[in-house]
Design a protein around this ligand. Structure first.
Ligand SMILES: [Zn+2]
Length: 199
């Protein structure tokens, strides 16, 4: 199953559970794409309000800190459009509500390439299989196919449908240098899915 060549991609949407997931997982590739002139946007399901270990930091303050950090980190790799969905950190489920929220962003951004977290548990790397990651991966897959392309799914969104043609499943978390993340992503392409309706 072939990936679209970068030259055929105008827009990429990266969907993750937490602020910092992208920076640990795929920011190097994002930098490569933005350098090539591709418009990359982020969709963050939570704002990381359950992060950190300091109980003196209010959860409201934690959201402000993590949104500020993520926005700054995105800017470093050429990304300025961030879509915050505001679901509670640590309690993400692959619900219809989440599927609709991700579908709305897909329909607005209209990305040819979607980068998703893996919905499959990795027993060799348990930390990468945080329940929020699995739920976000499952909801993202459902949003790409069939929700965002089905005119009868979530009519309340009142947005035109869109068919993203490729999904990249982000399976491994690694460093953020361009070369190491690119290798990670290249390995992940074995799990890239071709649009079943466009064979
Ligand atoms: Zn995470």
């Amino acid at each position: 199953m072939a990936l679209l060549a970068d030259s055929d991609v105008e827009r990429v949407l990266v969907v993750v559970a937490h602020p910092d997931d992208i920076d640990f997982g795929v920011a190097g590739s994002v930098a490569t794409w933005t350098d090539a002139g591709i418009d990359v946007q982020y969709c963050l399901v939570t704002s990381g309000d359950a992060g950190g270990h300091d109980e003196s930091v209010s959860r409201t303050e934690m959201v402000e800190i993590r949104q500020r950090e993520q926005t700054a980190a995105a800017k470093v790799v050429g990304v300025t459009e961030l879509h915050w969905l505001g679901f509670p950190d640590g309690r993400v489920e692959p619900s219809l509500e989440l599927r609709a929220a991700i579908s709305r962003v897909i329909r607005e951004v209209r990305p040819q390439r979607v980068v998703a977290m893996s919905p499959d548990r990795n027993y060799e790397r348990v930390y990468a299989s945080h329940p929020d990651h699995l739920a976000t991966g499952e909801a993202t897959m459902a949003a790409v196919y069939p929700d965002s392309r089905n005119p009868f799914a979530f009519p309340e969104l009142r947005t035109p449908i869109f068919r993203s043609s490729r999904i990249i499943i982000l399976e491994r978390m690694t460093g953020t240098t361009r070369s190491s993340v690119w290798k990670c992503l290249t390995r992940s392409t074995t799990r890239a899915l071709t649009d079943p309706t466009q064979t």
